[in-house]
Each structure stands twice: as structure tokens, then as C-alpha cells.
Write a protein that binds this ligand. Structure first.
Ligand SMILES: [Zn+2]
Length: 93
């Protein structure tokens, strides 16, 4: 497994959740076929609370879902952070 740098994507409130899911965290769990337990920001030990919208550093605006705690998902959190690349689920537009 390898990690990559990602950061929060701002202004995601307009994104439409695909049908068949109750939340972005539900979308991630059903796509991965596993429960989201711990925040995926590396070294954060908080419980995963939301499916956060992130972009890969240097990749432009392609959007991915990653389980995060509310602190790590906060839009004021603008620094890049490390996450496992295999845990990113792409959002289809
Ligand atoms: Zn966190």
C-alpha cells in the first residue's frame, strides 16, 4: 500500500449524492464493502464521522470520498494530508 497527499475540496455542498445511498459515508462503505471506523487522515485517531470530499494533490479537481472526522473534514483545514491511496473512492460526475 502507498499513501498520497490529498486535501479537502471546498464548496461540495452542491454535489448530488448518487441514488441508493444515505450519505457520502454510506457511499464509501458500500463501495469498499467495509465499515469506516477511523478517520483516514494519517495519524488521526478520531472516529470516522463523515465521507469527506478530497482531491489528490496535483491532480486537479477530480473528487474522491474519504472517511474523515469532523475536525479533519472542516473547510478551514486547508493543509494537505497523507492518506492511503487505496482508500480513496472516486466520485462519478
Ligand atoms: Zn481526523
Amino acid at each position: 500500500m502507498s499513501f498520497i497527499l490529498v486535501k479537502n475540496k471546498n464548496n461540495t455542498t452542491g454535489k448530488t449524492l448518487p441514488t441508493g445511498y444515505t450519505s457520502w459515508l454510506d457511499f464509501w462503505e458500500k463501495s469498499k464493502r467495509k465499515k469506516a471506523l477511523v478517520c483516514e487522515r494519517m495519524l488521526c485517531k478520531n472516529t470516522a464521522e463523515v465521507g469527506g470530499h478530497v482531491i489528490k494533490s496535483g491532480e486537479g479537481n477530480k473528487e474522491y470520498i474519504l472517511p474523515l472526522c469532523k475536525d479533519c473534514n472542516h473547510t478551514s483545514n486547508i493543509e494537505e494530508f497523507k492518506a492511503w491511496e487505496s482508500d480513496l473512492i472516486a466520485v462519478k460526475n
